[in-house]
Ligand binder design. Structure first.
Ligand SMILES: [Zn+2]
Ligand SMILES: [Zn+2]
Length: 283
């Protein structure tokens, strides 16, 4: 049996490789990080020493399926040209950094149309993904995150995600990150047993389960179909633990990395407890 890949979004504060220590301290077998400030467009390049220390630490810790979350500023579907340009440049740098660090996945919020309409936004996203992926020089995949449908964000339906995947020519390095909170808020009812079967059936039919490369495991503070993105600690929100139990035991996703993302106390006791809880759900 495979060791389940579960972890959390951990801080790189101090130094990149300290994220690995933090992941180990909570009993994680995978992790998600930012490789730079999540509120800046650009950052100074990684130095070789930094890269090598990080890679050694990851290897020693045997962390697998690591994800980078790209900057929150990036909107490659933006209406404004300056935002679009900065976003493409910033995403290209994010990909280069992830490649340099040998990180397999880069998670991306697909974008928001800010009034320009969903269709043209999806086309723009695919066009810009082609520009970024043309420069790819490693195996790092960009994972489109499923969104809650807040504001003018696109990517809250399986159909929109499918369109992005299909419109992008260079799509062999594209996949999907399934955020449980966002999915529930977007109106996919994963709260019942039948709902569980139906939602993944729909995902498979429309997008294809083979494209599902990672999970964000978040409970939802807001009610079903709220279109709000409010994470909650597992078991405290509106998604029942029966969902997480089934997911943890679903053999289709046995080797798919799963990370917690709900902000936690600085000493990460909550993450530690949640990972323990997830492990206890495995039959
Ligand atoms: Zn995200
Ligand atoms: Zn979220």
């Amino acid at each position: 049996m495979h060791k389940p890949l579960i972890g959390a979004h951990v801080s790189i504060s101090g130094h990149l490789h300290l994220a690995v220590e933090r992941a180990l301290s909570i009993g994680a077998t995978t992790m998600q990080i930012f490789t730079k400030s999540n509120r800046s467009w650009f950052d100074k390049p990684l130095d070789l020493e930094e890269v090598s220390v990080f890679k050694k630490a990851v290897k020693a810790a045997d962390l697998r399926g690591i994800m980078v979350h790209s900057s929150y500023l990036i909107n490659i579907g933006a209406k404004e040209e300056s935002t679009e340009k900065n976003s493409v440049k910033s995403l290209t740098l994010e990909l280069e950094r992830a490649e340099a660090l040998d990180i397999p996945f880069l998670v991306l919020h697909p974008g928001s149309h800010t009034g320009a309409g969903t269709e043209s936004c999806l086309k723009k996203i695919a066009h810009n993904l082609d520009i970024v992926l043309k420069k790819a020089s490693g195996n790092t995949m960009i994972l489109i995150e499923t969104m809650a449908g807040q504001g003018t964000n696109v990517g809250s339906t399986f159909e929109e995600i499918k369109q992005i995947l299909e419109l992008t020519k260079n799509n062999h390095l594209l996949g999907v990150c399934f955020d449980t909170c966002h999915i529930f808020s977007a109106g996919y009812d994963i709260s019942t047993d039948d709902g569980y079967d139906e939602v993944f059936k729909q995902f498979d039919k429309i997008i294809g389960l083979k494209h599902l490369k990672a999970f964000h495991l978040n409970d939802s503070k807001t009610e079903f179909n709220s279109h709000k993105d409010r994470h909650e600690e597992l078991g405290k929100g509106n998604i029942p633990m029966t969902f997480f139990k089934r997911l943890m035991n679903d053999q289709r996703f046995a080797v798919v990395p799963k990370v917690l993302e709900t902000p936690t106390d600085p000493d990460m006791e909550l993450y530690k407890r949640e990972l323990k809880l997830l492990r206890s759900l495995i039959d």
